[in-house]
Ligand binder design. Structure first.
Ligand SMILES: Cc1cc2nc3c(=O)[nH]c(=O)nc-3n(C[C@H](O)[C@H](O)[C@H](O)COP(=O)(O)OP(=O)(O)OC[C@H]3O[C@@H](n4cnc5c(N)ncnc54)[C@H](O)[C@@H]3O)c2cc1C
Length: 394
């Protein structure tokens, strides 16, 4: 029996190695269009490969998989993050979990994962055909099974032949990007971080919280990247032009009002800029005072009137900007969209239109936020396909 795996990336290698472990007699060939396998694994996580997450802070899978959370929940019954963690340790890649729950190789080097995959491929006699771009099944007519692990395709070019075979395609658009904001008084604060902010697209339920970093082109940091993922499709539809509401301290208006009132009572003779009740950096606090109170920014706490308080509350909780374009986050983006989950069997990931054709990894309409969730989706879907093929044969 022969299996062809199209794409020598994370999902392609994980699928091939697991298939050989389940079925040593299976002949497995990986077809890779470039001259370099596992290229994304190499650069991932800043060269350290954030290969999964402990999921300890995840209450709801939809918060980390904006697309595909229901399928991921189902497939986690077959192979989840604990299985992935154990798999890597068992195959000679010790891992460590950081305090932010991201999991990396103990070596802090993506080559630990790459070397593991390459040596397992050698040991199992998996053939690797480089420089072979596959875009039709006719080329693979002597294979019993085909697995497509061609990764994300933000412009959709890699999905056309799959659409021609009859698969529904969820229109691909980029996810995980930062926002361009043309506001020089904001970008003058580049490098400053609001440690606990929340951001939202006004008029929608799309909201994310976490650290927010001001950059020389606009805003970045975990809160922005998460929102870019939740709003990937909406922002694409609006050509990355949209209002953005920032709550710099992720607190409700009433809580902010009472903290301001408390500061008024405790420090009536002090200037506003000298007392910062919100643990914001001094520069950011000064910026928000100037922005909201303009010529009254230098008054004393005891001189604040009702209008001033309202303006301050608004600047802290509902500061509005205009998104004017996107930038890649250190070139890290994933594709939102791909082969629609409607076109595949949700237990085996086999195509509903072409028997014995399977899909795993980012080519599917599954994508996650940063933190190791995208590789976890690759491991889970690849393992599912390997065991589905093995089950079909036995
Ligand atoms: C810079 C960067 C950093 C990242 N860091 C992380 C991280 O730390 N943690 C995390 O979880 N995720 C990270 N990601 C996302 C993660 O890399 C991807 O989600 C993951 O690689 C998807 O695996 P895949 O095997 O589906 O696709 P890929 O890894 O993209 O592999 C697909 C392979 O298929 C080949 N191919 C495509 N079309 C064809 C064809 N027609 N014929 C033959 N071969 C083909 C490609 O050349 C490629 O080698 C990062 C992404 C980037 C861009």
């Amino acid at each position: 029996m022969k299996t062809a795996v199209i794409g020598g990336g994370a999902a392609g290698f994980f699928l091939s190695v697991n298939l050989k472990e389940l079925m040593p007699e299976m002949d497995v060939t990986i077809f890779e269009r470039s001259q370099h396998v596992l290229a994304k694994v190499e650069v991932s996580g800043g060269g350290r490969c954030n290969c999964t997450n402990s999921f300890a802070s995840v209450r709801d899978l939809s918060a980390v998989y904006p697309r595909g959370h229901r399928l991921m929940k189902r497939l986690f019954n077959v192979f989840d993050y604990e299985d992935a963690y154990a798999w890597f340790e068992r195959h000679g890649v010790p891992l460590v979990t950081q305090t932010d729950e991201c999991v990396f190789p103990e070596a802090q080097d993506s080559h630990a994962v790459i070397d593991c995959f390459l040596s397992l491929a050698r040991r199992h006699h998996i053939k690797i055909c480089m420089g072979r771009k596959i875009t039709s099944l006719e080329e693979l007519s002597d294979y019993d099974f085909v697995a497509v692990t061609t990764g994300g395709s933000p412009k959709g070019e890699g999905l056309r032949w799959l659409a021609d075979l009859g698969h529904e395609i969820a229109q691909p658009v980029p996810s995980l990007f930062t926002f361009n904001i043309a506001d020089s008084s904001l970008t003058a604060l580049m490098g400053f971080v609001a440690e606990q902010a929340s951001v939202m697209i006004p008029g929608t339920k799309l909201r994310a919280s976490g650290p927010l970093l001001i950059t020389h082109w606009g805003m970045s940091g975990p809160a922005i990247l998460k929102l870019s993922s939740y709003a990937a499709r909406l922002l694409a539809e609006h050509q990355y032009q949209s209002p953005l509401s920032v709550n710099w301290i992720d607190k409700g208006e009433e809580a902010v009002r009472s903290l301001l009132t408390e500061a008024m009572i405790r420090h009536p003779q002090k200037k506003l800029s000298t007392v910062n009740p919100f643990e914001l950096s001094q520069r950011l606090w000064g910026y928000l005072l100037e922005k909201s109170l303009v010529d009254r920014a230098q008054v004393k706490w005891g001189e604040l009137n009702k209008k001033d308080i309202n303006r301050l509350v608004n600047a802290l909780c509902n500061d509005t900007y205009q998104i004017a374009g996107r930038s890649a986050f250190k070139e890290e983006f994933v594709t939102c969209g791909g082969v629609s989950l409607q076109s595949i069997n949700s237990t085996t990931l086999e195509s509903k239109v072409v028997p014995r054709l399977f899909f795993a990894g980012e080519v599917l309409d599954i994508d996650g936020i940063t933190g190791g969730f995208n590789f976890q989706a690759a491991w889970t879907t690849a393992y599912t396909v390997a065991s589905a093929i093995a089950t079909k044969v036995t």
